[in-house]
Design a protein around this ligand. Sequence first.
Ligand SMILES: [Zn+2]
Length: 306
Amino acid sequence: MRSTTVRFITAAALALAAMAAQAQSVAFTFDDGPHVSDTPRMNAQQRNQAMLDALAKHRVQAALFVTAGNGANTEAGLALARAWGKAGHAIGNHTMTHPDLHKVPLDAYQRELLDCDRIISDLPGYQKWFRFTFLREGNTPEKLDGMRSFLKQQGYRNAYVSLDTSDWRLNDKLVETLKNNPAADVSAIRDAYLSHIRQRALAYRDLSQKLQGRDIAQVILLHHNLINAMWLDDVIAMFKQTGWTLTTPQAAFADPIYALAPDRLVAGQSLLLSMARVLGLGRFEGWERLVDDGDYEIAALAAKGL
Ligand SMILES: [Zn+2]
């Protein structure tokens, strides 16, 4: 009797441990916000609130990476960013005007970080987290090493992305479709968006298992835009339905993988993709679908007449 009970408890504990080992987690991060211009269906305030409502509904604590020139350099735009901090989200730095480090001098890029920092440093939730624009960390050793030592000197961390998406491309499609016809049925774009996120999530999970032999805490990159104002609720629900757990950016960045810095001349993109390339594994099966800017989904929508 007793040994049966012990066996049962042991089996249950093992099953629980196996589930915990399999639990894949994701932290949500949003770049380029807050935008203050209007889009079809929603103004800036409504978009901002819709994203915050979706996060609150699922009790997700996320991070907003501010590009101050998109609006936070005005009182109204700064109030939108402040609302994220007040709601318990982290506020990070994504430059002043979103320049490309591969096209501007190192010192100009560093000034962009400092200019944005002055605007966001009083906000609740402020963190010294820097998200590289276009996820490009330098195309010369001078820029790559220059930014790495500059971040260290400023007390900033590189707020890596592991789960890169092309939400911006499908957002462009959504905005264009609704500008042409505000009453358009956009459910096909919603389906394409969810399928895109699902495909990327599974592919990056697979890549982390290939490279690390385990599930890392994934950090997903989305943007402060209309597509997330409309469907972030569905995106989060999809992750939950497929057994993923939601974590915070703080907890995800504590995963040792985010302390690594791949020794790569043209560093950038997803940290996982960057690591794969350093190892000479850039062309694994399915790699094209990780760098295609959402072409697959856009082509599928075009085939449906959208
Ligand atoms: Zn950006």
